[in-house]
Design a protein around this ligand. Structure first.
Ligand code: FUC
Length: 795
């Protein structure tokens, strides 16, 4: 067994040395968060600055949030306002509807908390030949420099198998490592050195308001014996020299090599368990993790980390034929790219960085990657770094299936199980509705209520009710990519059905006897009625109808597979047959509102009414070409300048419109260099990419990284339950290349190469096996593959 592992490891190292390394690298330490390097094991993570005098490392744990389990029954009278809002809408009194709907609001979400910061204080002094990198091939960050005639090197990785941050520091000259290790936190905490270990503990607030709620004098509240606790050990193993301590720090004197191990845990024990009184024993967990590591050598820990990480990362290879790659630091590369330079290496790096980030932030059941993945230094991070359900939380998972990381979708899919629990109470109390609902925001406590602080939120974002509908379509997508029938039957179907039952409660008949939602809002857009009223609440918003349609079509697919619940299928079909249809506006765009009203902000970043084209699929180039044209006109009117996540979405939309060159143009714009937030710049900052390749909304949001990476796959391969379309949106700029390991619906794994813009070779593996139709331009072929069997073709 051991020998096999070693052989695998040596072979993988050998094949890796044959190709261009995928890495971010810099000639100086990070000065800002958006220059620092993120690593993570899917639950915990670190952001590394790599300084030579002080190396600062932000520590995060995905399960450390402010708050406690939510009382979903927070506004028990709210449902009484639903008939009043509906009545106002029926009377076309939009102003009254906008005001009445505020009675259907609850509390804001809680905030994702920063755990603490680790500092290594080194001797001050001149250094030379500084180099800092993050290797995506092995998920290891490295810092090297020279000081006092010694080569100093540091390696950092966050191990999933060993649940710890592991750092190795080395000096080429014996005895040259001298430093102190400190720990600080912005939360309530204490720290003390014990032998060769620095021990810290603390707890999160029981409330941290969003940073846009500034009318509250007490935005952060702590309480004794309440809130999520955390605990950690920082332990050291040294070669040479000795370890001492001060009152709050551990000191290393004259060592040659030091391995630092950070093992930490929180008391979070599930969305519905009090994290203090019913919490996990975070001390025992952290200590046990540490003692399990103590006996393992650094090399063993590193090999275990590599085997674990590469199992995911190596599944997909993308080669865009970059030619001779200029050896430029990543920040300079981005700046040069922004001048219009070709850089297919950077374009590949950004794609693979998205996959790297998902592997590093999405491996915790019930706790998906949040607005910043898991890397957050702020107590009140932008938008609470929570789950914004009207795009951002879902966009995080667009790359999970098609870039062959299906298992990493599980944290989001299991989160939906939690949402369903609070969401049933939300549906009942806020609307008197069946099923379960989720609104604009959620958090680790699976809150599902409309936010707004009981009437203070603008309905344009606070009252959007389709969060559960959108999220539930991910369950069907997971089934389509895996064909896991047991998952469909036991997990997905009941959740999807509950989300649909809520939709059935929210629809009414319009004057034409067609189904529409009432009330409705369209994320986060404002209409102008014919008499000039600017508002948010309406009936029959297109986005609602699009999401309902997608979910109902998915459910019918599920019923056909499971061969059960035919009565419910009849109900869904009846609604689908009588849904208010899409409308094309007088300008030729897809109408967002029930009437052909004007938009208060025609270039607005949200485009939820285009949902059916992407991430949905009931609008497409073959079956609904007319509506696809209206989608295109909508995007033309909106223009291309927008926030990071919105660019990510539009690139996917252009890919689905089979316009590879426009998709590519916007991909380039997503990669537009953006300075760190604290740097003063004299040009207009817009969506783009920070020096550490984090997506800039701005500020940092990880959704653009994930959406952008998903879009690259979407440009190369599109699929439905019974079709695979090859190179549907290949841009002229990617004339020659190859890709291995992309996934298509049906569970197929696709490798292909192309030259001069034309498909050359194709290999499709059936991974559970099944039938599909392959389409490449005029080439159409039906294939039927048994499990693990391969179809190959040359063009
Ligand atoms: C939505 C967007 C904002 C931002 C926030 C996190 O509300 O409209 O642009 O991304 O989520």
């Amino acid at each position: 067994m051991k020998f096999k592992f070693l052989l695998f490891f040596l072979l993988s190292q050998y094949s890796f040395s044959q190709k261009t390394p995928l890495k971010l690298w810099y000639k100086q330490p990070a000065g800002y968060f958006e220059e620092a390097l993120p690593i993570g094991n899917g639950m915990q993570g670190a952001t590394i600055f790599g300084g030579t005098e002080t190396d600062k490392i932000f520590l995060n744990d995905l399960t450390l949030w402010s708050g406690e389990p939510v009382n979903a029954n927070m506004n028990p009278e709210a449902y009484k306002y639903l008939p009043l809002v509906r009545e106002a809408l029926k009377n076309e009194n939009y102003k009254a509807a906008d005001s009445l709907i505020r009675n259907i609001q609850g509390k804001f979400s809680e905030s994702y908390a920063p755990l603490g910061t680790l500092f290594f204080d080194f001797k001050k002094g001149k250094t030379n030949n500084y180099y800092r990198e993050l290797s995506l091939d092995d998920a290891i960050a490295r810092v090297n420099y020279e000081q006092d005639g010694a080569k100093i090197s540091r390696e950092y990785f966050y191990s999933n198998p060993d649940k710890a941050l592991i750092i190795k520091m080395k000096s080429s000259v014996p005895g040259k490592l001298n430093f102190d290790i400190r720990f600080e936190s912005l939360l309530k905490y204490s720290v003390k050195p014990e032998n060769k270990t620095l021990v810290f503990e603390g707890r999160a607030p029981i409330k941290a308001d969003p940073n846009y709620v500034n009318n509250n004098i007490d935005p952060i509240v702590y309480a004794e014996n309440r809130g999520t606790r955390f605990f950690g050990n920082i332990s050291l193993k040294n070669k040479g020299g000795k370890i001492g301590k001060t009152a709050t720090a551990i000191s290393v004197h004259n060592a040659t090599e030091v391995v630092v191990i950070v093992s930490m845990a929180t008391s979070f024990n599930g969305f519905d368990k009090d994290p203090f009184t019913q919490g996990k024993d975070e001390k025992a967990i952290a200590k046990n993790q540490l003692s399990a590591i103590q006996s393992k050598s650094y090399e063993v820990l590193k090999n275990r980390h590599l085997a674990d990480y590469k199992n995911y990362f190596d599944r997909v290879k993308l080669d865009l034929n970059p030619g001779k790659i200029e050896d430029l630091p990543t920040n300079e590369r981005l700046k040069k790219y922004a001048t219009g330079a070709e850089d297919r290496y950077l374009e590949t790096l950004y794609f693979q960085f998205g996959r790297y980030l998902l592997i590093s932030s999405s491996r915790t059941s019930g706790v998906p990657a949040n607005l910043q993945g898991l890397w957050n230094p702020y107590v009140r991070p932008p938008w609470s770094s929570n789950y914004t359900m009207n795009i951002n939380a879902e966009e995080n998972y667009w790359l999970a299936e098609n870039t062959n990381l299906s298992e990493l979708h599980a944290p989001f899919l299991s989160f939906i199980e939690n949402l369903e629990k609070t969401g049933r109470i939300t549906a009942k109390t806020f609307y008197g509705a069946n099923g379960w609902a989720c609104h604009h925001n959620s958090d680790i406590w699976a809150m599902t209520n409309p936010v707004g602080n009981f009437g203070k939120g603008d309905p344009v974002w606070a009252n959007w009710a389709m969060g559960g509908t959108w999220a539930s379509t991910h369950l069907w997508e997971h089934y389509l990519f895996t064909k896991d029938k047991l998952f469909l039957k036991e997990k997905a179907y009941p959740l999807m059905k509950g989300a649909a039952e809520f939709c059935l409660s929210m629809i009414v008949k319009d004057q034409n006897d067609q189904y529409i939602t009432s009330p409705s809002t369209s994320p986060e857009n404002v209409y102008i009625t014919d008499i000039g009223y600017k508002g948010a609440t309406l009936y029959g918003g297109t986005a609602d109808i699009a999401m309902i349609k997608e979910l109902f079509v998915d459910l019918i697919g599920a019923i056909n597979v499971l061969e059960n619940d035919w009565d419910f299928k009849n109900k869904l079909e009846e609604v689908l047959a009588n849904l208010h249809p899409y409308q094309v506006s007088k300008k030729g765009n897809l109408q967002e509102w029930y009437y052909d009203w004007a938009d208060a902000e025609p270039q607005h970043r949200h485009q939820s009414h285009l949902y059916g084209m992407f991430p949905g699929s009931h609008l497409n180039m073959t079956e609904t070409p007319g509506l696809a044209k209206a989608v295109k006109t909508t995007l033309e009117i909106k223009g291309d300048e927008t926030t990071g996540w919105s660019k990510g979405w539009r690139i996917n939309l252009w890919a689905r419109l089979w316009d590879g060159n426009r998709a590519y143009k916007m991909y380039r714009e997503l990669l537009k260099y953006v300075e760190p937030d604290e740097v003063k710049v004299n040009y207009q900052r817009g969506g783009g990419t920070y020096p550490n390749l984090f997506d800039a909304h701005p500020p940092f949001q990880i959704d653009g990284n994930f959406g952008g990476a998903a879009a690259v796959a979407e440009m190369l391969l599109q699929s439905t339950s019974d079709k695979i379309i090859l190179l549907p949106a290949l841009p002229d700029a990617w004339k020659t290349g190859s890709v291995k390991g992309l996934k298509a619906r049906g569970g197929f794994e696709v490798d292909m190469s192309w030259e001069a813009g034309k498909l050359k070779t194709l290999t499709i593996k059936g991974k559970p096996g099944g039938e599909t139709e392959i389409v490449y331009k005029d080439y159409v072929k039906n294939i039927s593959l048994e499990k693990d069997k391969i179809f190959e073709a040359k063009f």
